[in-house]
Structure formats: C-alpha cells, structure tokens
Design a protein around this ligand. Structure first.
Ligand code: SF4
Length: 742
C-alpha cells in the first residue's frame, strides 16, 4: 500500500524546535512517490514567506498604508525609510538563529526582526490573517467543524494557494492508500487529508504523533468519541506516541484485518467511532532520541543548533509526582508504566556515545525525574568522564542534597528545570504542588546548592490560578526577583494558567471557585486541550496578566531589551528555550562565572564607528513651533529607537568612517571627556560600536529623509557634520539622556 506522511505548516523552524537554516534555504518542491515527500513542506512555505521579494512587497504595501501624521512604531518608520536595510536584516535572521552560542542579544536581534516582519506581513499581504512566528497563520484549529468547513475554501484557508501549487500535485500524481497526519491536526494537514479523500476516497487517513509537550489528543478521547465531524474526514487516531501501533495498523490494513485487532487506536467503522484497549509499551532506551549530523557550513559557529540532541532519558517513565491539580501531562502516556526509573549506567553510556559522535549538548524532555536517580546518573557520568553538557527536569524536592547537586554540576548538568509555580503557600496547596515540609527556605537552599555547583535553576511559574489574589502574585514576583538578585544563574518564565480539560482542576472546578467554563466550540467538535474560564470572586483577566508577566520578565531577565520591542519577552523566552539556546548560554556563563548579560559599551581606546545597522531619519521639527532640528534613529543591532539633535546626528555621520575618540572630539568641538560621555551613551544602545569587533559592516549606516509623522525640514539627510558649541553640550547630554526606547 502506498503511504504518505502529511506534515503541517506551522511556526518558523517548527516553533524553533528544528533550527536549520540550510534545510530552510534548500527546501525544494516535493515530488510524488516518496512517503516522506512532504517532510520539508514547512521549511518550503517559510522559505517563500521570507524570500526578499516577499519582504519587499510587504514593505511596499506598508509604505502606502502609513499616513503622514499617524503615529507608527519607530521600527516601521525605519523600515520604510531604508527598506533594503530591513530586507538585509530579515534575510540574515534565520541563519543567525542557528548560532545558539551567539548569545541572547544576537537571538533577540534576529527574533525581533522576524517578529516585525510577521507583523508587517499580517498588516499587508497576509490580511486578514495574522502571521505568527510560533504557529504560522493564526487560524481556528480547535474545532473540527471549522477545519472541515474551511480547509478547502479559498479565503478561509490562507495556505490553500501554496498547497495547490506544491502539495496537491504530489497527492494527485500518486494518491496514497494510507495517509498519516503527523502532529496536531492543523488547517494545512486537514486540507491535504481532504484532498486525498477527493482523489482516493478509500485511502485510510490516520493521525499520529499528536502529543507535544502540553498537547495531546489522548486527553480528549471522551470528546473525540462523539466527533463524527472529524471522523468524516479521517479514519483513525493512534492513541500512543510510539512506533508499534502505526506498524500494527498498517499490517492490519494491508492484511484486510479488522481494526479492533490494533491496540491503542480510535477508529471509525460505518457511522460509529470505536476505541480499542491500551497495551503498555516496552520502549527502547533511545526511543525518543533526536539528533542530526553536523553541517560544514556551520563551522564558523561556536554552538550550532545541530550540536544539540534531544531525548527522554527515561522514555518509559511518567512524572514521578503526578499530583498537581492543574497538570494533565501524564494523561498523554496511557501506555506507559509509572515510576520505572532505573538503569542509570545504560543512560550514562548513551550520553557518552552521543558525545563521541559529536553531540555537545543534550536536552532531556522527561517530565520530573526523581533526585536520587539523577544523583546516580551523575555519578555514572563522572565515572565515564562524559564531556556532554546537559539539561534536565525535576521538581523542588528535599532529596536534592548538597552531594547530589554537586555531582550533577560535575557531570555537566548546566540547567535544571524545577516547576516552582508560585511563592504563595495557599496557592501552592490549592495546586497540590508539594508534599508536607515544603518551604521557601527549602527552595532557596536547593537553588544555592545548584548555583554553587555551576547549575542554573530554571523555574517555570504559573500566574492566574483560580482565586489567586494580586498580593499572592506579587509574593511570587518578589521571591523570584530576590532569587535572581542573590543567585544570578536563576531564570524563570511566567506562564498564565492553561485550564486543561484533562486536569483535576477541570474535573472539580467548583471546588476551586470557578464559576464559568467557556468552550470555544461544542464538545463534539473540540480538538483543543484548554478552555476559557472565569471566577466570579477573583475575575480572570488574561490581558492584564499577560502585560504584567511580560513587563516583569523584561525587567528582571532582559533589562537590555527595549520596552518597545514587538516580540513579547514571554515569546522570546519560549522560542529560545525550544531552540535550546538557553542551555548553551548557561553553559557559557557557568564557564566564566559571569551570569549576567554585560552592558554594551564600545572600547574608547580603539577606533569607534557608527553601527552599520543604524538608520537615522531627519532632519525634522517635532512641531510647527519648534526651531530645533531632530533626527529619529533606529539601531537594527539592538532594536533601540531614539531621537537626537542635529549635532549628535553630525557625530554619527562623522563616525560613519572609523575614528578615534580624539578625532571625534575634534569634529564635535567638545573635549574628549565630553565626547566620551556622548559616545558612551550611544554605545550603550548599540548606536556606536568598536570599529574592529562589533557587527559586520556589510553595509553603511543609512541617513534617510524624516519620518512622515514629523514636519520635515528642507533637504533629506545625510546630516551635516557640525561642531557642537560649548553652550549646547548640556542640551545634547539631556537629549541623549532621553535615549530610551520610544
Ligand atoms: S511535577 Fe510537573 S509534570 Fe508532574 S504533575 Fe506537577 S506539573 Fe505535572
């Protein structure tokens, strides 16, 4: 029987899980005949979205949409003022993401650029659909009714033109007998499945690999059994994640055997939907191992993404705690035994083998692993002399003794993720997070042990639990802030509670004070895991929580990030976590002991220059009464926007060519000390850099006409070079003092 795997169109690099620029750049239109012909469809789609002509088209439309006098994001002004600069940044960004060792600022430069582009794409050529880096076009994929009604309708499925050109011919040329929808059911894969059914109505369409970190169809089998809309287009769902069931299903289909002989399966027979029993899986040690060979073209990078492997160290184990009321992670694993942690030596040998094959980093995606087993694994790794840097997950547990923490540090562990959730004892008790004996002191003790061992603790945190008060949330923020100030290796991310329909919280929602449940669609069509909810006594306000958590994360974790950035800090964190960059950054910092991101500053003893990534727009008057000329500037390297006066623009223009500070002082007419103060302020936001070391000058800074919201003065830039009079130096300093983000 002919098989075809249907891969979805989703976020860039599969939400940064598979960051490989060469695969994106070299993706070619699929050809019929190969079961995995569509494996690269997501890369091909993003390749088209990101091609320079598409970026130019979006910017051209943006230019026509922006009206003089309207306030626009500063970045948009810089984009229309110097479109080729932006095109250059967009073209470079996907490759920059591969270089995990380049640090958080480089990742921010690339991700913010791409976020700006997706925003512009959404406002122009993508309209009315919103494009997001995380999931591609934002469409309703929570309802089977919506998917079935929209997937093949032009104007409802934004991917349809692409699918018609590149994917449907593969289906038409060689119609499959078995089609596997890979991953969560998406608009793109539903369209492929429906086209297959049009071409070959007897094709068996099955869904596999739908479980991701927090999502799984296994959590909603109760509703799927009534989802006849979904089963009008698909024939079965494989209810475990493992290789065995798809093989048994294929053999049954090939042999014409009844599907009731296949375990772990939900399937349609006539008008009825059936589910077979679960069979506990026996899983090989490397069942979840994902690694890729290195590429020569990334040889210039310290830690290319392909140097990271991913696995579950205990592929047949679930979370050992399994008691958190909000969490339904273990519901993904209906066919796994619980708490089967053993064979640490074999796991250590697997890690050593990976290192010998060229893998430098390992990210383990296990749920919580008990401290004792981690301790034994650490000893085994030390005994084997493993050089692998690794990350793992557990939970706050008194068994993290000083010895275990020290051994884990020695074994190469550089990041450990410990679900923290809240600092409020009342909220934690409601969550069912900890056994008796938990305290904030214990948390701090464990953090200090890991910090001393060179291991960064990362705390996933939850806000917005039913009944949580603003004061309790503040306790959490204050405790996290305290930890980061005392132990700078600590990081965290703040999640807003996702109300999971497979959790105890959902089951007993009244006990938690929840008064409203809102389904996005009738349950007979429901394909999601999360629903909306509310609490009459302490109303749930997602927008406010989102703003609050992003501001908090930016201030404590990313103080260098401009407040005006388009990419929310929460998303920045998430994408750099899924690319595994966070582990690489931590291993670099553990090696130097410098855990905090250093401030930017040009080396004034060397030649300095204006950042090649700068766009300066002007001159303009801020109002019709103003007499001063101003310039609006945008630095692509840091995404800082600032305004400056004419003399400062003159200095930036003078430094278009590398000069010493003394030469710059001569040009400005200020003393070297005074010029140094101005240059330092400019270098702190990346506008001036050390000529020899910072940024590759692939192009020159751009001096462009004034942004359209201001009153342009006569003549476009470049700015005239000016001497700064002594009387004006105070004004200049003040102007630069306001160089905060706009
Ligand atoms: S410790 Fe983590 S994985 Fe385990 S139940 Fe709690 S939240 Fe879920």
């Amino acid at each position: 029987m002919r098989q075809l795997f249907l891969y979805p169109i989703t976020g860039l690099y599969n939400e940064c899980h598979d960051v490989d620029h060469a695969a994106l750049r070299d993706a070619v239109p699929p050809t019929a005949g190969d079961p995995r012909a569509l494996a690269d469809v997501n890369n091909l789609w993003w390749q088209h979205v990101l091609e320079p002509e598409a970026v130019r088209a979006a910017v051209g439309m943006l230019d026509r949409l922006m009206r003089p006098g309207d306030a626009h994001p500063a970045a948009w002004e810089a984009i229309v003022a110097a479109p080729e600069k932006f095109v250059d940044e967009v073209v470079r960004a996907p490759r920059a993401l591969v270089d995990l060792g380049a640090g958080p600022r480089a990742a921010f430069r690339a991700l913010e650029t791409l976020q700006l582009y997706t925003d512009i794409h959404s406002a122009t050529i993508g309209r009315p659909f919103e494009l997001s880096l995380q999931e591609g076009y934002v469409v309703n994929e929570l309802s089977s009714l919506e998917l079935v009604q929209s997937a093949l309708v032009p104007g409802s499925n934004p991917y349809l033109p692409f699918l018609r050109e590149f994917v449907f011919p593969v289906i038409e040329d060689s119609p499959p007998d078995i089609a596997w929808i890979v991953g969560r059911i998406k608009m793109s894969t539903m369209a492929m499945a429906m086209r297959i059914k049009e071409v070959n109505p007897s094709c068996h369409v099955s869904v596999v690999g739908h479980s991701s970190e927090y999502y799984s169809l296994n959590k909603i089998t109760k509703y799927l059994r009534t989802n006849s809309q979904l089963f009008s287009e698909i024939d079965s769902i494989v209810l475990d994640d493992f290789d065995n069931t798809p093989r048994l299903l294929r053999e049954a289909l090939e042999g014409g055997d009844p599907l009731e002989s296949v375990p772990n399966l939900m399937y349609r027979e006539g008008d009825r939907i059936h589910q077979t029993g679960y069979v506990v899986a026996d899983r090989a040690l490397d069942a979840d191992l994902r690694s890729a060979p290195p590429r020569d073209e990334y040889a210039d990078m310290t830690a290319p993404s392909l140097s990271v492997a991913e696995t579950r160290l205990w592929p047949a184990a679930q979370c050992y705690w399994n008691n958190c009321n909000f969490c339904a992670i273990n519901r993904r694993y209906n066919t796994l035994p619980r708490n089967s942690f053993s064979l640490e030596h074999e796991r250590a040998e697997l890690m050593l083998r990976l290192a010998e094959q060229g893998t430098s980093y390992l990210w383990s995606v296990d749920e919580a692993i008990p401290p004792v087993n981690l301790g034994i694994l650490a000893q085994e790794l030390i005994a084997l002399g493993s050089p692998l840097v690794w990350e793992t997950r557990s939970k706050i547990d008194r068994n993290f003794s000083p010895e275990i923490c020290t051994d884990l540090g020695k074994s190469g562990l550089r990041e450990i993720r410990l679900g923290f959730e809240s600092a409020s004892p009342r909220v934690l008790a409601l969550m069912g997070k900890y056994p008796e004996g938990w305290s904030l002191d214990l948390v701090e003790k464990i953090v200090s042990r890991f910090h001393a061992a060179g291991v960064s603790v990362h705390f996933p945190t939850i806000v917005g639990f039913p009944g949580e008060t603003p004061e309790e949330r503040r306790e959490t923020y204050e405790f996290l802030e305290h930890l980061v100030s005392q132990y700078p290796s600590v990081t965290f991310n703040v999640n807003i509670l996702g109300f999971d329909v497979a959790s105890k919280l959902f089951e007993d929602y009244e006990e938690f004070g929840v008064t409203t449940l809102r389904w996005p669609t009738p349950t007979k069509y429901f394909l999601g895991n999360l629903i909306d909810w509310d609490c009459a006594e302490t109303p749930f306000d997602y927008g406010r929580l989102d703003q609050e958590r992003n501001e908090f994360m930016r201030q404590v974790l990313y103080p260098w990030m401009p407040a005006s950035a388009s990419i929310p800090p929460y998303i920045f964190y998430r994408l750099t976590e899924t690319s595994r960059a966070t582990m690489v950054w931590k291993s670099q910092r553990a090696a130097t002991g410098r855990w905090r991101e250093p401030a930017l500053s040009a080396d004034l003893s060397q030649e300095i220059r204006t950042s090649p990534s700068l766009v300066a727009m002007g001159p303009f008057k801020k109002s019709s009464y103003a007499t001063e000329e101003h310039y609006a500037c945008y630095v692509w390297q840091t995404h800082h926007a600032f305004e400056c006066d004419g003399p400062t623009a003159g200095l930036l223009e003078f430094l278009t060519e590398p000069h010493s500070l003394a030469e710059a002082a001569q040009a400005t007419g200020l003393t070297p000390e005074e010029t140094g103060a101005v240059v330092r302020a400019l270098s702190a936001i990346g506008a001036v850099v050390t000529a020899s070391t910072d940024d590759v000058p692939v192009s020159l800074p751009v001096f462009a006409p004034a942004p359209r919201r201001w009153h342009a003065l006569a003549g476009p830039a470049p700015a005239p070079r000016k001497r700064i009079s002594a009387q004006r130096k105070q004004d200049l300093t003040l102007t630069l003092g306001r160089t905060s983000s706009t």
